[in-house]
Design a protein around this ligand. Structure first.
Ligand SMILES: Cc1cc2nc3c(=O)[nH]c(=O)nc-3n(C[C@H](O)[C@H](O)[C@H](O)COP(=O)(O)O)c2cc1C
Length: 225
C-alpha cells in the first residue's frame, strides 16, 4: 500500500475481529514506527504491547474498576483545555453525534453511551493493545514526537491490512494500567492503540469523521500563479 492510500484509508476503528495478529507483524510495526522523527533524536517513546492472556488479564482487571469508578481514576495530563471553544468544541460535539448515531444511541440514553465508551477498555475487541508512554519530566516538544510515532504505527498497520484506534481513554485508568505494565514511576502513560482486523460490517465502522476544507486551515503564499 502506498503512503497516500494508507493515510486516506486510516480511520479510528471501533470494532475489531478477534483474528490474532502474528507477533512478528506487530514487532515489525512497532520497530519501523520508530523511524519517526524526534527532536534531537531522543526517541521519547516507551511501548508495551499486550496480546492473548496478558491482554485478557488487563481487561479483567479493568472491568470491576470501571464499575467502582465510572469516570476513571483521573488523568495525569489534561486531555483538553478547560474551555475548548469554537470551532473545536463544535467539531468534537459533531463527531460524538455521528458516532452514537451510527450505532443508534440517542443523546439522552446516557447508560448506552457509557456502555459504548466502556468498549474502549476492551480495545474494541482488538486482539492487540499497544500502550505508549513517555518520561514524566518530558515537555510539549517530546509529546509531539509521540504523535509522530503513533501515526507511524497507524499507517504501518494499514500496510498489513490492519486497522487501529488511538485511545486516550486509557489515560483515565493510567494508575491501574501503569501498575499492570510495571511502568517505573518516572514514566507516564500517554495512550493506548487498538490494533487488529476491522469488523467491516459493524455499524460503528460505517462512518468517517469529516475534515475541514483546505481553505479553512491552510494558507499558501508566494507560489507563482
Ligand atoms: C491522541 C488521540 C486519542 C484518541 N482517543 C480516543 C479514545 O480514547 N477513544 C476513541 O474512540 N477515539 C479516540 N481517538 C480518535 C478520535 O476520536 C479520532 O481520531 C477523530 O474523531 C477523527 O476520526 P478518525 O481518526 O476516524 O479520522 C483519539 C485520537 C487521538 C489522535
Amino acid at each position: 500500500m502506498n503512503v497516500r492510500d494508507a493515510v486516506a484509508s486510516r480511520y479510528s476503528c471501533r470494532a475489531f475481529l478477534p483474528t490474532p495478529i502474528p507477533e512478528q507483524t506487530v514487532r515489525d510495526i512497532v520497530q519501523l514506527a520508530a523511524r519517526a522523527p524526534s527532536a534531537g533524536n531522543i526517541q521519547p517513546w516507551r511501548v508495551d504491547v499486550l496480546a492473548g492472556e496478558r491482554l485478557d488479564a488487563l481487561k479483567a482487571l479493568l472491568r470491576p474498576r470501571m464499575s467502582e469508578l465510572p469516570k476513571g481514576e483521573g488523568t495525569e495530563y489534561p486531555i483538553y483545555p478547560k474551555d475548548l471553544g469554537d470551532p473545536y468544541q463544535s467539531r468534537r460535539f459533531a463527531v460524538g453525534e455521528m458516532l452514537y448515531k451510527a450505532i443508534g444511541i440517542p443523546r439522552e440514553d446516557k447508560p448506552a453511551r457509557y456502555r459504548q465508551f466502556a468498549r474502549n477498555f476492551e480495545f474494541f475487541g482488538a486482539p492487540v493493545g499497544i500502550f505508549v508512554s513517555t518520561e514524566r519530566s518530558f515537555v510539549l516538544g517530546q509529546w509531539i514526537d509521540l504523535g509522530s510515532y503513533i501515526q507511524n504505527v497507524m499507517l504501518l498497520a494499514r500496510d498489513y491490512g490492519l486497522h487501529t484506534c488511538p485511545q486516550e481513554a486509557w489515560a483515565s485508568f493510567s494508575r491501574t494500567v501503569s501498575s499492570f505494565l510495571g511502568l517505573p514511576p518516572h514514566m507516564m502513560l500517554f495512550c493506548g492503540i487498538a490494533l487488529g482486523h476491522a469488523d467491516e460490517s459493524a455499524p460503528i465502522n460505517q462512518w468517517r469523521a469529516p475534515r475541514e476544507p483546505l481553505e479553512a486551515f491552510a494558507s499558501f503564499q508566494g507560489f507563482p500563479s
